[in-house]
Write a protein that binds this ligand. Structure first.
Ligand SMILES: Cc1cc2nc3c(=O)[nH]c(=O)nc-3n(C[C@H](O)[C@H](O)[C@H](O)COP(=O)(O)OP(=O)(O)OC[C@H]3O[C@@H](n4cnc5c(N)ncnc54)[C@H](O)[C@@H]3O)c2cc1C
Length: 398
């Protein structure tokens, strides 16, 4: 594969880099490289800057207000931003519900919802999973009963990332309990300020607040907020999940993770030298590096297929499996590198405003919390076991 960049692509990468350097706050960037938690402002200020530039919805076609970039531009954009320490774009608006709305929504829905997603003025969250309906999503029980030009929605969503920051939630709801499970589901957009919506935090093992329970108690939702026909929500759900799995491999962040492992190895003492002089440790980093490069090639293959008009197929499940395993491996090696300094638990060190002094080197306190937090990557977006089922059935035909 010829990976030499054309001059116009080099110029494009320079433009993205200059933009990031001018618009990404130093505090946010520092959090990225030190493994600290972002707060809402870090994400929103950065996303709104991208929005003003017309780059937040960078995967969208021009017709819907995206930049209409080719695969190489998208690839460069993601990589340059990761190198510059930008937080990952919260995907629920620009990468998930936006494409559903412009693909399945009415003209009125496109006009109403797409501008706020493109600018990040409106934040979204994803209401798919429920207690008892994660892997087996089609068994979801949140019920929407039609009353005139509204639905009355009752149920519970769980593991809802960033619901506490969300202005809107896109939900899968059951509109027909008598139909086959997949046929009785509809796709509804719900304003989080509607009476009857309650968000309850779930605190992660590293002290972070990312996920929530969302309770829906007699929530009145206009029928005009339904995307697609009643009972055809599963079509939107599957389209969205394929897009979700394509973006979830997080290759640019893993490349940054490998670079940071090399920095840690250079800083960590080992028997009078540093870990960077230990062939056993550096061989593990080199192996990981190769795995990241191989994954990047596979992701580019999937993107090229899409660029030629194809849809992401079941093979994107392999990207999700490999991408999540690599992310977990990076956190494992970081913890191995700091050795006993991974043991002290200093949750304050993960937040910006702390007077705590790190026990051990600066990069030690986040190592164990990140290791534990990253166990999530093989669960969210459809667990890796489920992805393996998809590969075995749809790709290998077993
Ligand atoms: C950090 C985090 C953020 C999340 N954010 C969101 C969000 O924003 N919105 C949202 O809707 N959801 C979100 N989720 C939910 C996520 O999609 C589900 O957790 C996931 O789909 C698994 O479902 P479950 O938790 O119900 O586990 P279960 O489905 O109960 O699975 C439990 C275990 O059994 C295995 N298993 C289940 N069925 C099979 C099978 N048929 N074959 C083999 N193994 C199987 C699974 O792999 C898993 O290991 C998030 C989850 C996490 C951890």
């Amino acid at each position: 594969m010829d990976l030499a960049l054309k001059p116009e692509h080099k110029a494009f990468a320079d433009e993205v880099r200059a933009f990031a350097r001018a618009n990404l706050s130093a505090a946010t960037k520092a959090k990225t490289f030190s493994g600290k938690h972002y707060d809402k402002d870090d994400h929103i200020q950065w996303q709104q800057a991208l929005g003003r530039q017309g780059w937040l919805a960078y995967t969208w076609p021009k017709k819907y207000g995206g930049p209409g970039w080719d695969v190489t531009q998208r690839f460069l954009f993601e990589n340059v931003l990761a190198e510059e320490g930008a937080p990952r774009i919260i995907p629920f608006g620009p990468k998930m519900v936006g494409p559903v709305i412009y693909t399945f929504g009415t003209d009125e829905q496109k006009e109403r919802f797409l501008p706020g997603i493109r600018s990040s003025e409106v934040s979204w969250c994803q209401g798919y999973s429920e207690p008892g309906a994660g892997s087996d999503l089609a068994s979801l029980r949140t019920r929407a009963v039609r009353e005139g030009d509204h639905y009355i929605v009752n149920g519970q969503k769980t593991w809802t990332s960033f619901a506490h920051w969300g202005d809107w939630i896109f939900c899968l709801v059951r509109t027909n309990p008598d139909a086959k499970p997949q046929e009785g589901i509809s796709f509804l957009l719900i304003d989080m300020k509607t009476p009857g919506v309650t968000v309850r935090p779930i605190i992660m093992v590293d002290g972070a607040h990312h996920v929530n329970d969302v309770f829906l108690d007699n929530v009145k939702v206009p029928v005009a907020n339904r995307i697609g026909k009643e009972g055809e929500g599963w079509t939107c759900a599957k389209f969205l999940l394929a897009n979700e799995r394509l973006g979830i491999a997080e290759v640019p962040a893993s490349k940054r993770g490998v670079r940071s492992l090399r920095d840690i190895a250079r800083a960590e003492p080992a028997n009078g030298a540093t870990l960077a002089d230990d062939p056993a440790f550096t061989a593990q980093i080199a192996d990981l590096d190769l795995q990241v490069q191989a994954l990047e090639m596979s992701e580019l293959r999937a993107l090229s297929t899409m660029a030629l008009g194809g849809a992401p197929g079941p093979e994107v499940s392999t990207l999700k499996i490999r991408g999540s395993e690599i992310q977990q491996r990076i956190t494992e090696l970081a913890m191995e590198a700091v050795g006993e300094y991974a043991a002290p638990y200093q949750p304050g060190m993960l937040f910006q405003d702390t007077n705590e002094t790190p026990i051990g080197p600066d990069h030690a306190p986040p190592a164990a919390p990140r290791y534990f937090n990253f166990r999530k990557t093989s669960i969210y977006g459809g667990s890796n076991e489920i992805q393996k089922n998809i590969v075995s059935k749809m790709v290998l035909g077993l």
